[in-house]
Write a protein that binds this ligand. Structure first.
Ligand code: SAM
Length: 365
């Protein structure tokens, strides 16, 4: 299901400008910061990021960088040939196609209408997508069309979802749950590399789950999809998975929700099972890297991204019943310190092993 030709042309234009933004324009901001002696040697990342923000406020390259970062998202969704309009024009066709797919293996898709979404989820326009991705049937498709130029996956040496699935496959799990699976990038990749395993995915977005199901049945993959809150994973029994994973979920949750998710993950994991979270936590490039990351959060509709950095994740993981936490840049071998040569998201792999007690026992204690 593709948008009309004129919409595709506009998206190509957005992506072309975004490449210029992520390469030469980003480079110009770095160079102009250096000319002003920014950041100072060994400057604290958080304080330094604020100082750089203040001192570059009058810099034309930084003004253009910030303006484009926000407004390319706006144009992408709501411009004259924006994705929201294309999705709305195709709404009937999309619903018919998702209904057709839903009728195939219907036992593998449970939209659980009784599960309510937290207020922060329904009230935030993540990535500046008006209305979020949870209410209209075509929202999942619009999100899929938009995703590549939001995350700039084209700046990565490997497709991160495939890289993550390969990493998890090496653990040889028999049962894997992908939380916040969206339209299925990680969960489908997992089903491809672990054909014998039980692969499940959950999300709060019914439209995204319907699209993920369509992809799964279209590819002949067996994936159980269901609506569930990451905060409680209520539908899943204690100890029912060997791996719980989540890609780009926790930066969209406020700290209390992240804590609740860690406890829920610990509960549904079998003792010794592995939590494998791919998100944005270790920020390379010191104060300048932090300046770009916090600016991205502000300009891209990511209100909880900064709060994730404030969490002491090793301590939070231990508090949720996990041991052996390992937090490292992703893909393995990425430079943990230097500022990237092009703009990229600070992919971080956060892993830990579920303890013998299980989260449910601890919650009851
Ligand atoms: C940035 S998207 C990532 C989607 C997918 N994991 C991927 O990598 O393409 C975040 C996803 O998490 C889901 N999500 C956010 N908060 C959630 C929550 N509290 N419970 C379940 N899913 C949630 C959103 O609906 C969305 O599909």
């Amino acid at each position: 299901m593709r948008p009309d030709y004129a919409t595709e042309v506009q998206q190509e234009l957005v992506l072309a400008v975004r490449r210029y933004w992520a390469g030469p324009l980003y480079g110009a901001v770095v160079e102009r910061a250096a000319r002003r002696g920014l950041p100072g040697p060994g400057e604290d990342p958080a304080a330094g990021a604020e100082r750089i923000e203040r001192e570059l406020a009058d810099d034309l390259a930084y003004q253009a960088f910030g303006w484009l970062e926000r407004n390319l998202q706006v144009v992408k969704y709501t411009g004259p040939r924006g994705l929201m309009k294309a999705g709305a024009r195709m709404a009937g066709e999309v619903t018919a196609e998702l209904d057709r797919a839903a009728a195939i293996c219907p036992d593998r898709l449970d939209l659980a209408p009784g599960v309510t979404a937290p207020g922060y989820y329904t009230e935030t326009d993540f990535h500046l997508m008006p209305g979020g991705i949870h209410s209209r049937d075509h929202d999942g498709l619009v999100y899929e069309w938009a995703a590549g130029s939001t995350t700039m996956m084209s700046n990565e040496a490997v497709e991160v979802h495939d890289g993550l699935a390969a990493h998890i496959a090496a653990l040889a799990p028999g049962r894997v749950l992908d939380v916040g699976c969206g339209f299925g990038r990680t969960v489908l990749a997992l089903a491809r590399v672990l054909p014998q395993a039980r692969i499940a995915g959950c999300d709060l977005s019914a439209p995204a789950l319907r699209l993920a199901h369509r992809h799964a049945v279209g590819e002949g993959l067996t994936v159980e999809l269901a609506r569930a809150r990451a905060e409680d994973l209520e539908r899943y029994a204690d100890g029912s998975f060997d791996v719980v994973t989540a890609t780009m979920l926790v930066h969209e949750m406020p700290p209390d929700s992240v804590r609740a998710f860690l406890r829920a993950a610990s509960r549904v994991l079998t003792p010794g099972g592995r939590l494998v979270v791919l998100d944005f936590y270790l920020i390379p490039g010191g104060a300048l890297g932090m300046f770009f990351h916090l600016g991205h959060a502000r300009r891209n509709g990511e209100p909880f991204m900064p709060a994730l950095l404030g969490l002491d994740l090793p301590a939070e993981l231990a508090g949720a019943g996990f041991a052996a936490a390992a937090i490292a840049p992703f893909p393995p071998g990425s430079d943990p310190d230097g500022l990237p040569g092009r703009w990229r998201l600070p992919w971080t792999l956060i892993e830990a092993t579920a303890g013998p007690d299980g989260g449910a026992d601890r919650d009851a204690a």
